[in-house]
Design a protein around this ligand. Structure first.
Ligand SMILES: *Cc1c(COP(=O)(O)O)cnc(C)c1O
Length: 440
């Protein structure tokens, strides 16, 4: 039988991933076990509701799988309640907001420009910003969360829900300090640890469990499971409202979702078991070592990092010392040179999210592939060479000229001999590493 075109495209995508170096901090490579669960017969079953309370028959085994996922997650984080049904991080954050807030209630989150997530109340483009009164806090002059501002805004607006979480903030989150402020105004606290779950589990980032009421995490970033999410209710949260777990469950289903994705649920159970292994702890430690090494090597080569470094798996290159709005050019040129990352705004972004002035990098994927400090130094070298190659490609200040400029820039970059030479070096190195390894 002729293979469907889709399978050929999947083969191509796998080849692309193998010969390139992935530096996107929110991505990872899953184990063959998680992968096989995702393509199993579990996808064929409807299971609306929760274990032993389903609306469809035939869920005896699915119940066991979901209970297993819940038990493992509860054990891993030491929390009394886990909901593993959210389809992904964004709906999970919506569920928490739906469970705790009425339309028009006030919530507070880290602004996107400070490294927060859209779903933490971005005022213009999101559900959370539109249906709730959203107050956003930002960073201080050292690019750290501005706790004085958090305190001031919380006292003034008295939010019902305060969110602490990050997608492009390279530093450790101080949950305890955040909690103290929330307690002064009686706010619920949600920690969105989507990016750092794998670091929390391995002790490389402080745990929010003793300090917050609720935890949300995607399961596909440093946690290295399937695309999905989980909402955890802590003992602290339950002590405050014994109905909190029920409210969360109801917000996920039936308020916002229909049937759970059972293969994903099973994948979360498998990933949770993997996260309990000693090898996972080593992986967490290596992510941090790799991030520190990559950050220092980039700085040694003259690149500026937001906040001068990292305390997690991610870092942001600030390109404004070349020119403002260089993120797109550098990210595109890196891709031509075999390394994919994403352009990103920097704190107090001088241009725009579409033409930002930074590039975001992270070490989870390269760590999963088995790369270590020596490879990080090599990668920093290649990135510095890429920046050198495109640093004079200044974004026009005239907005109408920008699209043509980018089009011309892209066409030129695709033919750039120096970038293509780097790509060959990258491919030679990357091809030696499998996509997933348990490490040595
Ligand atoms: C990735 C992320 C989300 C959203 O997850 P999706 O699965 O993309 O919907 C939410 N919050 C944070 C902090 C994230 O990093």
């Amino acid at each position: 039988m002729n293979k469907d075109q889709v399978f050929k495209l999947i083969e191509k995508e796998e080849a692309r991933q193998k010969k390139m170096i992935g530096l996107i901090p929110s991505e990872n490579h899953i184990s063959p076990e998680v992968s096989s669960v995702l393509s199993s017969s579990l996808s064929s079953k409807y299971a609306e509701g929760y274990p032993r309370r389903r609306y469809y028959e035939g869920n005896q085994i699915i119940d066991e799988i979901e209970l297993l996922a819940q038990e493992r997650i509860k054990k891993l984080f030491n929390v009394p309640h886990a909901n593993v049904q959210p389809y992904s991080g964004s709906p999970a954050n919506s569920a928490v907001q739906f469970a705790l807030l009425e339309t028009g209630d006030t919530m507070m989150g880290l602004a996107l420009s400070g490294g927060g997530h859209l779903t933490h109340g971005h005022p213009k483009v999101t559900f959370s910003g539109k249906y709730f009164n959203s107050v956003q806090y930002g960073l201080d002059k050292n690019d750290r969360i501005d706790f004085d501002q958090v305190h001031e805004l919380a006292s003034k607006h008295r939010p019902k829900l305060m969110i602490i979480g990050n997608t492009a903030y390279p530093f450790v989150m101080d949950f305890e300090r955040f909690r103290k402020i929330a307690d002064e105004v009686g706010a619920w606290v949600l920690a969105d640890i989507s990016h750092v779950t794998g670091l929390v589990v391995t002790g490389e980032h402080p745990s929010p469990v003793p300090h917050v009421d609720l935890i949300m995490s995607t399961t596909h970033k440093t946690f290295r499971g399937p695309r999905g999410a989980m909402i955890l209710v802590t003992q602290r949260g339950l002590d405050r409202d014994p109905k909190l777990a029920e409210k969360i469950d109801q917000a996920v289903f039936p308020a916002l979702q229909g049937g759970p994705h059972n293969a994903t649920t099973a994948g979360i159970a498998v990933a949770a078991a993997e996260a309990m292994k000693p090898e996972f702890k080593k992986y967490g430690q290596q992510i941090r070592k790799n991030a520190d090494t990559l950050a220092k090597a980039l700085q040694d080569r003259g690149l500026k990092l937001v906040g001068n470094g990292t305390e997690t798996h991610l870092m942001l290159i600030d390109l404004t010392n070349y020119s403002k709005g260089m993120g797109l050019q550098v990210a595109f040129a890196m891709d031509v040179a075999g390394m994919y990352a994403n352009r990103n705004t920097i704190p107090h972004e001088p241009v725009s999210p579409f033409y930002p002035s930074g590039v975001r990098l992270g070490t989870p994927m390269v760590t999963t592939r088995g790369m270590k400090e020596a490879e990080m130094k090599q990668i920093a070298d290649w990135i510095a060479r890429v920046v050198e190659e495109v640093k004079d490609e200044v974004l026009p200040s005239d907005k109408t000229e920008r699209r043509t400029f980018i089009k011309t820039f892209r066409a030129k970059a695709l033919q750039n001999k120096n970038l293509l030479a780097i790509r060959r070096e990258v491919e030679t190195m990357a091809s030696k590493y499998p996509l997933f390894t348990w490490g040595k």
